[in-house]
Design a protein around this ligand. Structure first.
Ligand SMILES: Cc1cc2nc3c(=O)[nH]c(=O)nc-3n(C[C@H](O)[C@H](O)[C@H](O)COP(=O)(O)O)c2cc1C
Length: 214
């Protein structure tokens, strides 16, 4: 398959270094609100890149669950392949691509487990069967013989924890926060003259912006 004739012109917006807010989180929230208003499907879905001890990058989608004052939070299995990567190397990057808005946002920084209590609060808010699913998928990314094995475990756990009973929060499951060190906002423009504004923390912990060549 050859896609070399396929191209779109991006003409929906612009990004001006002089008029961006002082905090990247402010701009992130504005862009997220616009993505929601434009009905982007799963605007919270982000590609998460990690790189473990083998120096080989891995990328997968996870769901953004919270924007904090310092970064972004998602939830996963701590024993998963990504969990093992970040245990060996705490540098990570998340990417949002919202085609409908011709925008991408890249957030990189160091990743760390959030407070266990906060993870438990969120786990207990999840639908009952998703809670059971988290127990079935242990260790996430490990090999399973076939789907029947997963389904049997699921049924056994449903019998053990019927609807309206509490599913215990697994210690192997919880949130990670990427504390942002760089946040890049990318707005597609015509003729590949895209706008890229990146925020980085200076030595005094203040955000500074730069425009990057597209
Ligand atoms: C839309 C979407 C949302 C997802 N959200 C999550 C999530 O929030 N947490 C998670 O652990 N996996 C999520 N996944 C599954 C991951 O992409 C991945 O398959 C899984 O976490 C195992 O990744 P790993 O083997 O690299 O650790 C999601 C997948 C998709 C397509």
């Amino acid at each position: 398959m050859d896609f070399t004739d396929q191209r779109l012109s991006y003409e929906k917006g612009a990004l001006d270094q002089q008029s961006v807010p002082a905090s990247p989180f402010e701009l992130f929230k504005v862009w997220m609100d616009e993505a929601i208003a434009q009905k982007v499907q799963e605007p919270y879905a982000m590609s998460l890149a990690t790189c473990g001890a083998d120096n080989k990058p891995s990328v997968r989608i996870v769901l953004l669950r919270e924007i904090t004052d310092t970064g972004i939070i998602f939830y996963t299995n701590y024993d998963s392949a990504k969990g093992q990567d970040v245990a060996a190397n705490p540098n990570a990057e998340a990417l949002f691509f919202w085609h409908e808005l011709e925008r991408q946002i890249r957030i990189s920084g160091r990743i760390a487990k959030i407070d266990a209590e906060k993870s438990a609060t969120y786990f207990q808010k999840r639908p009952h069967d998703s809670q059971i699913g988290a127990w079935v998928s242990q260790p996430q990314s490990g090999e399973v013989t076939n789907r029947e094995v997963m389904e049997q475990t699921f049924e056994q756990l449903q019998a053990k924890y019927p609807e309206n009973t509490t599913v215990p929060t697994p210690t192997f499951w919880g949130g990670y926060e990427i504390t942002a060190e760089h946040i890049e906002f990318w707005q597609g423009r015509a003729s590949r003259m895209h706008d890229r504004i990146v925020y980085s923390k200076d030595d005094n912990n203040n955000w500074q912006t730069k425009r990057l060549l597209p």
